[in-house]
Write a protein that binds this ligand. Structure first.
Ligand code: NAP
Length: 272
């Protein structure tokens, strides 16, 4: 299988490194290109053994999957660059937020299958939760191949294209929302009189340990919480206080704001 990446930036490199680390595709089957930063491509070639090129006809010839990994506002230029070299065999996988499949087909070629994926930054550690939707002409075998590629850097959820806005909010932006909550937790902990560095280090470890507990347990989040809450104890006292606030409502507002922004961006030309 030949895979080409148009764009080798932050998100694309998390994806191709994940695919290489999982040993799903050997590095010599992966081809990179970008706009102009050849030095970066040279470094990936040396570090990982992938190929790079600026020859679009050669890149696209017989390529099975072509990742579109530019910023959305650079896509029109990219489409202009590759349109005349598209091979019937090419199936596109767009990681660009906001650009609908109908728009990508119009700019590329209406006959080539297109998948849109919404990964998150945890792809860098092989734990992206990635939403995916497919154009109608994507065959079942190709769908399975795309899902295997996604599983190489995390896990996949297939959704209707309209629901990618919700995926963008919940898991695309999700890491930033959780970092924000953790930052506030560190600040509050510091106010109890400990050094900020001590609190931050403890809370990093707390988050990692809690993540591992979730990973290893079949229990629901609710049950995990109940298991460590003794009646009348300290945890119960803290949780009672938390229930004085509408935390769910706060997150509803946060997610609605992110969904609305995703919809707005998809309707603009410059949807970075
Ligand atoms: N970062 C995230 O957490 C995240 C999450 C989900 C989705 N995304 C999506 O991922 C996409 C990329 O984001 P990023 O943060 O990875 O951006 P980035 O680091 O700025 O990388 C953009 C890449 O696109 C290349 N490029 C620009 N124009 C090109 C052209 N005409 N032909 C070929 N390559 C071209 C750039 O090449 P040069 O370096 O040579 O200019 C660069 O390699 C965005 O569309 C974003 O919506 C990002």
């Amino acid at each position: 299988m030949k895979i080409v990446f148009y764009g080798a930036g932050n998100m694309a490199n998390a994806i191709f490194k994940g695919i290489i680390n999982s040993e799903l595709i050997p590095p010599e089957n992966i081809y990179l290109t970008n706009r102009s930063n050849q030095q970066m491509l040279e470094e990936y070639h040396r570090e990982l053994g992938v190929h790079y090129s600026y020859d679009d006809a050669a890149l696209l010839k017989d390529a099975d999957y072509v990742f579109l990994g530019t910023k959305p506002h650079d896509f029109d230029q990219l489409a202009e660059r590759i349109r005349d070299h598209i091979d019937d065999k090419n199936k596109f996988i767009s990681i660009m937020a906001g650009l609908p499949i109908s728009y990508l087909r119009e700019k590329l070629n209406p006959n080539n299958p297109i998948a849109r994926i919404m990964p998150n930054t945890n792809a860098q550690v092989g734990h992206s939760v990635t939403g995916v939707s497919f154009s109608r002409n994507f065959g079942p075998r190709s769908k399975d191949e795309v899902l295997s590629l996604i599983n190489a850097f995390g896990s996949a959820i297939e959704v209707k294209e309209d629901h990618l806005h919700q995926v963008t909010a919940i898991t695309g932006s999700g890491p930033a929302f959780l970092y924000h909550v953790f930052e506030k937790y560190v600040n509050a902990g510091t106010k109890l009189g400990l050094e900020k560095s001590e609190v931050e280090e403890s809370i990093r470890e707390l988050i990692i340990g809690t993540g591992k507990m979730i990973e290893r347990s079949d229990l629901s989040l609710e049950q995990l919480r109940k298991n460590i809450t003794s009646k009348g104890g300290t945890t119960q006292a803290g949780l009672n206080k938390l229930s004085d606030y509408d935390i769910e409502g706060i997150f509803e507002d946060c997610l609605n704001a992110a969904v609305n922004r995703s919809v707005e961006l998809s309707m603009q030309d410059d949807n970075d």
